[in-house]
Design a protein around this ligand. Structure first.
Ligand code: ADP
Ligand code: MG
Length: 682
């Protein structure tokens, strides 16, 4: 029953122990690994018309030797052979470096085929390959593999063809016929062969299309299976509470909920009431009002007789959430406490004691909340804010502690659709896509650094009206490597500039939490009018009187981060402004500044950001949850991703999928990936 494709590569005739060892270094162990080790690009030997070839592109042409080649030496070893070649109606030069023997093989008027880089200005091809015969069609496109150590590209081609010779009959189709037919996909064996030895570009396109779909389908099946298993087999809490009590809490809020808030509240509460565990992502742009939604969810849990936890990435944010919640629950019998690293000694012991005794309803804090020493009495709901990275590990910790609370992730980093269905493919998603009424659009301007004087004058005018401003700098201190403005320098410059009129504060990550605290407090109480800061203020900070956000070296930030920073202003009733100080050199940098000035929509920005940066960079370096695809590209193949997700969802929900023979290999993949093994769920 075991498929020979899972044989070790040492079973392939012609691959000895030594070669195998080299391949192991490249993580190629099984025959299947080798067959599915796809080229990262293809060398194109198709003949092309030079008129259509761009400068610096590689090209293959056929031509006639037009004059006696000339050989020139530089020193003893280095030399250059220049051949004039008539290609169609063009007379071009072909240059070969350090291959003097080529000269002997050339005759006037001989037809040759050369491949190399085209210099359009000099009308010259720098030759990488030359054949002394007319162009022959047998190797139009050649696969190029990324290789390591002693393995060469030619070696790889050989290993793969050996594997094909011996194992081709064992390649099994894993996609059911119905889907193959529906999308007119190439069968697996054929598609594999085309990937490694394509005859033409059209074939290659078809083979690629098949693997894009296959990769997405397998990936989405895992996601959807994970979701199904999480729902049905994980022990969740069925929280029951009085909707009327909840309604009356909602009615005492200082404002009516937006339609979007009403909708997501319904989705969340629906999950709480169901017996399976909630695993939901709540997305909403900065300022869309997620905090109140989280308060409503927490209140539901309390009504049901449970405790809630609100986990945030920084202590500043923890304190802010703490005071927002205290305010929202001020006339209710709800006990909210804060647990941070600065809660120590006796106070900490007491707090942990009353948490365990069930006297605390809501605990707010950083990830210290789920440490070993922290034990809830009846934890019903955990909400995390801006913690995409934290989810999986956190759920494991909670599970090990025997707690099975509902989990809600909140994020103001709008996640492009593409990533939402990949990285968060196993979660339910709620979106707040509407801003509270009456919000003014933040006016955003892109300015060059030499306009600083005018900007300072503008800030001065706003401050004089009683407003406040943020100035964000990328670094804390001057760095030799990076020529960027730093918070400390900018702080002293601005302190000097505004002295006697306005007070300038300084905030950065190296301050102790007490120091940060007191700076933040001064700023929120308007004792400090202008706050110079690094990106510490990025998440969640709420000072409605601040109306100006100046960002130094704005080109250093990604669009999503700029949008986060911008979201610190525009929180009150006054018109707010965001000024991006940037002299970007790259086109991408300029494009970012333009996009920022044109749109305030976080979702639009996140899509653009993804386009400009690529999925790998979106969440910062090597985001753990990012799936890696061999052939597929999440951004460019987005349509296929959606189609595959719908197919996967349908399959997982059907009974046939779990028993029919035609789905055997798809089920096997789920098993191999560990999704169907309960212990490895997370
Ligand atoms: P975020 O989604 O960025 O966390 P917040 O929850 O901090 O946003 O809300 C931003 C501001 O909008 C807060 O001052 C909050 O009180 C206010 N707000 C939230 N919901 C509404 C609403 N439905 N109508 C009016 N103001 C609201
Ligand atoms: Mg928030």
């Amino acid at each position: 029953m075991n498929n020979p494709l899972y044989d070790p590569i040492t079973n392939i005739k012609g691959i000895g122990e030594e070669s195998a060892n080299h391949l192991f270094e490249m993580n190629i162990y099984k025959v299947k690994d080798l067959l599915e080790y796809f080229p990262y690009r293809y060398e194109d030997y198709q003949l092309r018309d030079l008129a259509e070839v761009k400068h610096d592109e590689r090209v293959t042409v056929e031509g006639k030797v037009h004059s006696e080649p000339s050989l020139q030496y530089f020193g003893r070893k280095r030399n250059r052979l220049t051949i004039r070649v008539l290609v169609g109606r063009y007379l071009i030069k072909a240059v070969c470096f350090n291959r003097p023997y080529v000269k002997e093989k050339l005759e006037l008027n001989q037809t040759i085929t050369i491949t190399g880089k085209w210099d359009q200005h000099r009308q010259t091809i720098t030759v990488s390959e030359i054949s002394f015969t007319p162009y022959s069609i047998d190797k139009e496109i050649e696969p190029v593999y990324s290789v390591k150590g002693k393995v060469t590209v030619k070696g790889m081609r050989r290993f793969i063809s050996l594997a094909f010779n011996q194992y081709i009959e064992f390649i099994e189709e894993n996609i059911p016929d119905a889907l193959l037919n529906k999308y007119k996909l190439l069968p697996k064996g054929m598609a594999l062969q085309v990937m490694h030895a394509p005859k033409c570009h059209e074939d290659l396109k078809q083979a690629r299309r098949r693997f894009v779909y296959e990769e997405f389908l397998l990936f989405q099946l895992r996601m959807q299976a994970l979701r199904k298993v999480e729902r049905e087999h994980s022990q969740g809490i069925q929280q029951e509470f009085s909707r009327t009590s909840l309604e009356s809490f909602i009615n005492t809020l200082p404002f009516p909920l937006t339609n979007a808030q009403v909708r997501v509240v319904d989705e969340i509460i629906g999950d709480l009431e169901k017996p399976y565990r909630m695993n939901r992502l709540l997305q909403g742009d900065v300022g869309s009002g997620k905090t109140v939604v989280s308060a409503i969810a927490l209140y539901s849990t309390i009504l049901a007789g449970y405790q809630g936890a609100l986990m945030v990435p920084t202590e500043i944010l923890a304190e802010q959430h703490m005071s927002s919640l205290q305010e929202l629950f001020s006339s209710y019998d709800v006990k909210v406490e804060l647990l941070t690293s600065s809660v120590k000694g006796k106070r900490r012991r007491e707090l942990l004691g009353s948490l365990e005794a069930g006297e605390i309803d809501i605990l707010v804090g950083t990830h210290a909340l789920i440490q070993d020493e922290v034990n809830f009495n009846r934890l019903g709901l955990v909400i995390t804010d801006e913690q995409h990275r934290f989810g999986v590990e956190q759920r494991r910790v909670l599970r090990e502690k025997g707690e099975n609370p509902d989990v809600l992730f909140m994020t103001a980093t709008p996640i492009p659709r593409t990533l939402a269905i990949t990285v968060f493919g196993e979660m339910d998603v709620s979106v707040i896509d509407e801003m509270p009424a009456g919000r003014k659009v933040i006016e955003t301007y892109w300015a060059k650094h030499d306009m600083l004087e005018r900007i300072l004058a503008f800030i001065e005018k706003e401050l004089a009206k009683g407003r406040q401003a943020y100035v964000i700098c990328p670094l804390i201190e001057e760095s030799d490597k990076l020529d960027v403005q730093n918070a400390i320098d900018v702080h002293s410059t601005l302190t000097y500039h505004f002295q006697g009129r306005f007070k300038v504060g300084l905030m950065h990550g190296r301050l102790s939490s007490d120091e940060k605290d007191s700076v933040m407090k001064q700023f929120s109480q308007n004792e400090v009018q202008l706050l110079v800061s690094t990106t510490v203020v990025e998440v969640g900070v709420n000072v409605p009187n601040a109306t100006i956000m100046v960002i130094y070296d704005a080109e250093r930030f990604g669009l999503s981060q700029l949008h986060q920073l911008r979201g610190r202003v525009g929180r009150g009733s006054e018109q707010s402004y965001c000024i991006l100080l940037a002299d970007p050199k790259s086109e991408v940098g300029k494009e970012r500044m333009r996009i920022m000035s044109e749109t305030n929509d976080g979702f639009v920005l996140s899509e653009k950001d993804l386009e400009l940066r690529g999925p790998g960079d979106f969440f910062g370096k090597k985001q753990s949850g990012m799936p890696e695809f061999k052939v597929a590209d999440m951004v460019h193949d987005y349509r296929a991703l959606e189609v595959a997700r719908d197919d996967a969802t349908r399959l997982i929900q059907s009974n046939a999928f779990w028993k029919d023979e035609q789905y055997k290999l798809l089920r096997k993949d789920l098993e191999l990936s560990g999704v169907l093994d309960g212990d490895k769920l997370d």
